[in-house]
Ligand binder design. Structure first.
Ligand SMILES: NC(=O)c1ccc[n+]([C@@H]2O[C@H](COP(=O)([O-])OP(=O)(O)OC[C@H]3O[C@@H](n4cnc5c(N)ncnc54)[C@H](OP(=O)(O)O)[C@@H]3O)[C@@H](O)[C@H]2O)c1
Length: 239
């Protein structure tokens, strides 16, 4: 069902975005891989090309509006229309509100909220034309707010608001919008969270990026009689 569709994936160079890219490649989906580090994107692309009919890498910073503009031009030239948009790029900072600089909130807002908003807006005409699907990688933290997670959680709650509003706006055009809320998932982001918290990082006991990716692929493949809107997924093993 997804074969030969075109997917744009932010955060494709690492963690959850990388796993989604590789699982979509296994479904013979054409891939536009986005990240700031070309060497890491190229590593993902070289694996994906074994099963995907077309893979292009785009080295850009999604917080820069001109980069989003270039991306639209390149995607139109390289692929034409877009069927699937996956927002996986994200950053996290911690700290008590009393002491944590507002600049860190601004940085997370630009990456976690503003960039997915602008990229969605930019590609939406194409996604509507293709009756496509949009996936937002959110976080379980929006349900279980902890001390020192205020800034990050605020950005993820804003992301949910955007996804929910978007769904209500584009459902009638045949576009499906999915938010997924993973718990602790093995990878560089979780390793840095555990280090900051002074907790042990034991990746084998956490959700695997492939678990998240396979769950999303299942939702994307559902027939058009169904729509998954929100998915909670957490590690089965409790630490
Ligand atoms: N890991 C977890 O436990 C967990 C749990 C719940 C939700 N999440 C969410 O899941 C998503 C993916 O997390 P992850 O664990 O896969 O993180 P990760 O391994 O740190 O990957 C983050 C990705 O975002 C990209 N990125 C960050 N800023 C960017 C920018 N300005 N422009 C372009 N690309 C940018 C990075 O690429 P470059 O460095 O190459 O730019 C990288 O590919 C995030 O939205 C995160 O909030 C993660």
């Amino acid at each position: 069902m997804l074969k030969n569709q075109v997917a744009v994936i932010t955060g494709a160079s690492s963690g959850i975005g990388k796993a989604i890219a590789l699982e979509l490649a296994n479904q013979s989906v054409k891939l536009c891989l986005i990240g700031r580090h070309l060497n890491k994107l190229d590593e993902v692309a070289s694996i994906a090309r074994k099963t995907s009919p077309q893979v292009c890498t785009y080295q850009l910073d999604i917080t820069q509006d001109e980069d989003i503009g270039y991306l639209k031009t390149y995607i139109e030239k390289d692929f034409g229309e877009v069927d699937i948009l996956i927002h996986s790029a994200g950053i996290i900072s911690f700290g008590e509100i009393q002491t944590t600089p507002v600049a860190l909130l601004d940085e997370q807002y630009r990456t976690n909220v503003r960039a997915p908003y602008l990229l969605t807006q930019t590609l939406l005409p194409s996604l509507i034309k293709r009756q496509g699907q949009i996936v937002f990688i959110n976080s379980i933290t929006i349900h279980t707010i902890k001390a020192c997670f205020g800034q990050y959680t605020a950005t993820k709650q804003a992301l949910k608001a955007i996804a929910d509003s978007l769904r209500a706006e584009v459902n009638s055009d045949g576009v499906r919008v999915i938010s997924i809320y993973p718990g602790s998932t093995a990878g560089p982001m979780q390793a840095s969270i555990r280090e900051t918290e002074g907790r042990e990082y034991n990746p084998a006991r956490l959700l695997q990026p492939e678990d998240v990716a396979n769950t999303i692929i299942g939702a994307l493949q559902l027939p058009r009689t169904a729509e998954v809107t929100d998915i909670n997924i957490r590690p089965f093993l409790k630490t």
